[in-house]
Design a binder for this molecule. Structure first.
Ligand code: SF4
Ligand code: SF4
Ligand code: SF4
Length: 196
């Protein structure tokens, strides 16, 4: 069954469950409707976000399992941790051939969802001392995690993590991602704790 078809079925099932439980589960649904509890990714557990989890393939279950089209999960750059690297391993495919400027010739993101903007004046004679801002376009990003898993030691700092975006999430009773997550990294928390 294709991902799209599965999503459509799951989406219908979610809506059906919501309607079917409007009786006995009404109090819980009202609580959800008011945003009292939300699902979030625990970065300390997620394969893609967790520091120390290196040398493995990115887990794409947040993309393929979410009932929302394109997923409710996005990569987020926590700028306070970002090294503004000249050659960012989350932006470039660092195994690709080097171009005329001495940079990897290919980007990593399959959806071209990361923008690289120079900070200040670029000195072509001193590339190691040029710094860049990496901005994730959340319209394009589907939370595949490829960038997050590359922004780790030894080259990255763990600045990019996956997060559930609450404006996209429909707050399923049982998050479909949590059912499949190999690290039990999807947690439902009171909104005050989740957004701290
Ligand atoms: S399913 Fe779990 S381990 Fe995989 S990307 Fe999502 S939170 Fe991370
Ligand atoms: S999570 Fe995937 S789609 Fe989103 S910016 Fe990173 S590599 Fe691109
Ligand atoms: S609660 Fe539902 S919509 Fe939200 S992230 Fe999980 S599966 Fe996606």
């Amino acid at each position: 069954m294709s991902g799209l078809t599965r999503r459509a079925l799951l989406g219908t099932a979610v809506r059906g469950t919501v309607l079917a439980t409007m009786g006995g589960g009404a109090a819980f649904l009202v609580q959800k409707a008011h945003g009292q509890v939300v699902w979030q990714v625990d970065a300390a557990r997620c394969i893609n976000s967790r520091l120390g989890e290196a040398g493995v393939e990115a887990c794409n279950l947040c993309t393929t399992e979410c009932v929302v089209a394109l997923s409710a999960v996005r990569a987020v750059n926590e700028y306070s941790k970002c090294g503004r690297c000249n050659i960012c391993p989350a932006y470039f495919n660092i195994t690709s051939a080097v171009d005329d400027l001495g940079l990897p010739s290919e980007k990593l993101c399959p959806r071209d969802a990361i923008e690289r903007k120079p900070i200040g004046k670029v000195d072509p004679e001193d590339p190691a001392n040029n710094f860049y801002e990496y901005i994730i376009d959340e319209v394009k990003c589907d939370g595949c995690g490829k960038c997050a898993i590359k922004c780790k030691e030894p080259l990255g700092l763990g600045s990019i993590v996956l997060k559930v975006r609450y404006d996209k999430c429909v707050n399923c009773n049982r998050c479909a991602i949590s059912e499949k997550c190999p690290k039990d990294a999807l947690q439902q928390l009171p909104v005050g704790q989740a957004l701290r």
